[in-house]
Write a protein that binds this ligand. Structure first.
Ligand code: S6P
Ligand code: ZN
Length: 189
């Protein structure tokens, strides 16, 4: 191997208070209108879009690396607080395209849940997320963040470079559980 064969190391800054990656290469913004079909109360989502000018729902900041085995993709995920009807805001959720790839989430700010399910729906688990809490998403589990707090839920995520994303299955099937604010408290139903 010559010096030209080595990928150059790099570093970057993350604003831990704001939950922002400095100088990201990719900044993905999902608005309320991108979430059509995901929430239980579609009319409530329409009202939210109408009355609040299609607010930003969540953002992802990435500095991608080559999508190769051996590499580690990483990002900051920032999910805003709020509810659609009585259902707490969540991310779309996905499986990894290479299903047998895991992911680590480290919560930096806010609170909520990481909702995870297996492809046959036999298991659906909600792990709590709060500052300093790490969630291990094992291979094959779909995953979705849910914000039950008053502040953005911000996480640092790391997953294998080759993982990719499969959104279609969750878009059509959803998760067997949803997180609501009902009777004055959080309820996972
Ligand atoms: C990527 C990782 C996160 C999510 C982000 C947004 O594998 O799980 O970066 O992309 O939390 O969620 P979603 O479901 O819209 O990709
Ligand atoms: Zn993922």
């Amino acid at each position: 191997m010559s010096a030209n064969d080595f990928m150059a190391p790099f570093s970057l800054d993350i604003d831990l208070a704001e939950g922002i990656m400095r100088n990201p290469t990719n900044h993905i913004v999902r608005r309320a209108s991108d979430m059509r079909g995901y929430y239980a109360d579609e009319a409530a989502l329409d009202r939210l879009i109408e009355e609040n000018g299609d607010p930003v729902h969540y953002e992802v900041f990435e500095r991608p690396v080559p999508l190769d085995q051996g590499q580690l993709m990483f990002c900051i995920s920032k999910l805003y607080p709020g509810r659609v009807g009585d259902e707490y805001f969540f991310t779309k959720g996905h499986y990894h395209e290479v299903l047998e790839t895991a992911e680590i989430y480290l919560a930096l700010c806010g609170r909520g849940y990481m909702l995870m399910k297996t492809p046959d729906d036999s298991l659906c688990v909600a792990e709590t997320m709060a500052r300093g809490r790490m969630v291990y998403v094992p291979p094959c589990w779909a995953h979705r963040s849910v914000n039950t707090g008053d502040d953005p839920l911000i996480s640092f995520c790391v997953y294998p470079g080759e993982a990719g994303h499969n959104y279609g299955d969750i878009e059509s099937q959803g998760f067997p559980k949803r997180v609501y604010f009902r009777d004055g408290k959080e309820q996972i139903v």
